[in-house]
Design a protein around this ligand. Structure first.
Ligand code: SF4
Length: 161
Protein backbone atom coordinates (compact mmCIF):
# COMPACT_ATOMS: atom_id res chain seq x y z
CA UNK A 1 0.00 0.00 0.00
CA UNK A 2 1.26 3.47 -0.88
CA UNK A 3 0.39 6.28 1.54
CA UNK A 4 0.83 10.02 1.12
CA UNK A 5 0.89 10.75 4.86
CA UNK A 6 -0.59 9.81 8.22
CA UNK A 7 -2.03 12.10 10.85
CA UNK A 8 -4.04 12.24 14.07
CA UNK A 9 -7.57 13.47 13.28
CA UNK A 10 -10.46 14.35 15.57
CA UNK A 11 -13.57 14.86 13.44
CA UNK A 12 -13.60 12.06 10.88
CA UNK A 13 -14.93 9.44 13.31
CA UNK A 14 -17.30 11.07 15.85
CA UNK A 15 -16.24 10.76 19.51
CA UNK A 16 -12.95 9.09 18.53
CA UNK A 17 -9.36 10.15 18.03
CA UNK A 18 -8.17 8.46 14.87
CA UNK A 19 -4.84 7.73 13.31
CA UNK A 20 -5.62 8.43 9.65
CA UNK A 21 -3.66 6.95 6.74
CA UNK A 22 -4.06 8.79 3.44
CA UNK A 23 -3.78 6.08 0.80
CA UNK A 24 -2.57 6.91 -2.72
CA UNK A 25 -4.04 5.51 -5.93
CA UNK A 26 -7.69 6.57 -5.57
CA UNK A 27 -9.30 5.45 -8.85
CA UNK A 28 -12.55 7.41 -8.41
CA UNK A 29 -11.36 10.91 -9.34
CA UNK A 30 -14.43 12.74 -8.02
CA UNK A 31 -14.76 16.19 -9.66
CA UNK A 32 -13.77 18.84 -7.09
CA UNK A 33 -11.81 16.35 -4.93
CA UNK A 34 -9.81 18.20 -2.24
CA UNK A 35 -7.13 15.48 -2.16
CA UNK A 36 -5.92 15.12 -5.74
CA UNK A 37 -2.47 14.21 -4.36
CA UNK A 38 -4.07 10.83 -3.55
CA UNK A 39 -4.95 10.06 -7.18
CA UNK A 40 -1.52 8.83 -8.25
CA UNK A 41 0.22 5.97 -6.50
CA UNK A 42 3.54 7.58 -7.42
CA UNK A 43 2.96 10.34 -4.84
CA UNK A 44 3.20 7.94 -1.95
CA UNK A 45 5.61 5.81 -0.01
CA UNK A 46 5.22 2.19 0.96
CA UNK A 47 3.31 1.25 4.10
CA UNK A 48 3.87 -2.36 5.13
CA UNK A 49 2.80 -4.19 8.29
CA UNK A 50 6.09 -3.62 10.20
CA UNK A 51 5.94 0.14 9.52
CA UNK A 52 2.22 0.19 10.36
CA UNK A 53 2.96 -1.45 13.72
CA UNK A 54 5.80 0.95 14.36
CA UNK A 55 3.52 3.96 13.74
CA UNK A 56 0.79 2.46 15.95
CA UNK A 57 3.36 1.89 18.73
CA UNK A 58 4.15 5.59 18.59
CA UNK A 59 0.52 6.77 18.87
CA UNK A 60 -1.30 3.89 20.60
CA UNK A 61 -1.85 5.72 23.88
CA UNK A 62 -3.49 8.65 22.13
CA UNK A 63 -5.84 6.98 19.65
CA UNK A 64 -8.90 4.74 19.66
CA UNK A 65 -9.36 4.19 15.93
CA UNK A 66 -7.36 3.58 12.75
CA UNK A 67 -8.84 5.22 9.65
CA UNK A 68 -7.96 4.71 5.98
CA UNK A 69 -8.95 7.36 3.41
CA UNK A 70 -8.46 7.69 -0.34
CA UNK A 71 -7.19 4.78 -2.40
CA UNK A 72 -9.06 1.55 -2.03
CA UNK A 73 -8.31 -0.63 -4.97
CA UNK A 74 -6.43 -3.43 -3.17
CA UNK A 75 -8.98 -4.78 -0.78
CA UNK A 76 -7.07 -7.86 0.39
CA UNK A 77 -4.07 -5.73 1.35
CA UNK A 78 -6.29 -3.23 3.17
CA UNK A 79 -7.91 -6.07 5.12
CA UNK A 80 -4.50 -7.17 6.44
CA UNK A 81 -3.98 -3.69 7.92
CA UNK A 82 -7.48 -3.69 9.42
CA UNK A 83 -6.87 -7.10 11.02
CA UNK A 84 -3.61 -5.83 12.50
CA UNK A 85 -5.36 -2.74 13.91
CA UNK A 86 -7.97 -4.91 15.61
CA UNK A 87 -5.29 -7.20 17.00
CA UNK A 88 -3.88 -4.04 18.59
CA UNK A 89 -7.31 -3.39 20.20
CA UNK A 90 -8.14 -0.45 17.96
CA UNK A 91 -11.37 0.27 16.14
CA UNK A 92 -11.28 0.45 12.35
CA UNK A 93 -12.75 2.97 9.91
CA UNK A 94 -12.70 3.46 6.15
CA UNK A 95 -13.76 6.38 3.95
CA UNK A 96 -14.63 5.38 0.40
CA UNK A 97 -16.04 7.35 -2.51
CA UNK A 98 -17.72 4.19 -3.77
CA UNK A 99 -21.41 3.56 -3.13
CA UNK A 100 -20.74 0.61 -0.84
CA UNK A 101 -18.04 -1.74 0.44
CA UNK A 102 -17.96 -5.51 0.07
CA UNK A 103 -19.26 -7.73 2.89
CA UNK A 104 -15.71 -9.07 3.32
CA UNK A 105 -14.32 -5.58 3.87
CA UNK A 106 -17.20 -4.56 6.13
CA UNK A 107 -16.55 -7.54 8.38
CA UNK A 108 -13.23 -5.91 9.33
CA UNK A 109 -14.68 -2.42 9.87
CA UNK A 110 -16.38 -0.64 12.76
CA UNK A 111 -17.12 2.56 10.82
CA UNK A 112 -17.64 3.18 7.11
CA UNK A 113 -18.24 6.32 5.06
CA UNK A 114 -19.57 5.76 1.54
CA UNK A 115 -20.38 8.04 -1.38
CA UNK A 116 -18.35 10.20 -3.75
CA UNK A 117 -17.69 13.89 -3.14
CA UNK A 118 -20.39 16.00 -4.86
CA UNK A 119 -19.74 19.70 -4.41
CA UNK A 120 -23.41 20.65 -4.96
CA UNK A 121 -24.56 18.26 -2.20
CA UNK A 122 -21.77 18.87 0.30
CA UNK A 123 -19.95 16.55 2.68
CA UNK A 124 -21.07 14.82 5.84
CA UNK A 125 -21.71 18.15 7.58
CA UNK A 126 -24.35 19.06 4.98
CA UNK A 127 -28.00 17.93 5.42
CA UNK A 128 -28.23 17.43 1.62
CA UNK A 129 -25.16 15.20 1.35
CA UNK A 130 -25.16 11.99 -0.67
CA UNK A 131 -22.52 10.53 1.67
CA UNK A 132 -23.41 8.18 4.52
CA UNK A 133 -21.41 7.44 7.66
CA UNK A 134 -22.24 4.08 9.24
CA UNK A 135 -21.52 2.68 12.67
CA UNK A 136 -21.46 -0.90 11.41
CA UNK A 137 -21.25 -2.57 14.79
CA UNK A 138 -24.47 -0.97 15.97
CA UNK A 139 -26.07 -0.82 12.53
CA UNK A 140 -26.65 2.93 12.76
CA UNK A 141 -26.19 5.94 10.48
CA UNK A 142 -24.31 8.72 12.28
CA UNK A 143 -24.56 11.59 9.76
CA UNK A 144 -26.32 13.81 12.32
CA UNK A 145 -23.15 13.86 14.45
CA UNK A 146 -21.29 15.72 11.69
CA UNK A 147 -23.77 18.56 11.45
CA UNK A 148 -22.86 21.61 13.48
CA UNK A 149 -26.25 22.26 15.04
CA UNK A 150 -26.34 18.71 16.34
CA UNK A 151 -22.76 18.82 17.53
CA UNK A 152 -23.58 21.81 19.71
CA UNK A 153 -26.26 19.77 21.42
CA UNK A 154 -24.26 16.62 22.06
CA UNK A 155 -22.46 16.78 25.40
CA UNK A 156 -19.02 15.23 25.45
CA UNK A 157 -19.01 11.94 27.33
CA UNK A 158 -15.59 11.60 28.99
CA UNK A 159 -16.13 7.87 29.52
CA UNK A 160 -16.48 7.36 25.79
CA UNK A 161 -13.23 8.24 24.00
S1 SF4 B 1 -12.90 9.19 -3.24
FE1 SF4 B 1 -12.00 10.85 -1.99
S2 SF4 B 1 -9.83 10.89 -2.57
FE2 SF4 B 1 -10.89 9.70 -4.14
S3 SF4 B 1 -11.33 11.21 -5.75
FE3 SF4 B 1 -13.16 11.07 -4.45
S4 SF4 B 1 -12.89 12.71 -2.93
FE4 SF4 B 1 -10.87 12.35 -3.88
Amino acid sequence: MQIFKYDIVFQEVPHHISLAFYVCGCPLKCPGCHSTELWSEKNGYKLDIPLFNEIIDRYHDRITTVLFLGGEWRESELIEFLKTARERNLLTAFYTGAADASPALKSHLDFLKVGPWRRELGGLDSPSTNQIFYDLKNNRILNHLFQREHNKEIPHDPTHP
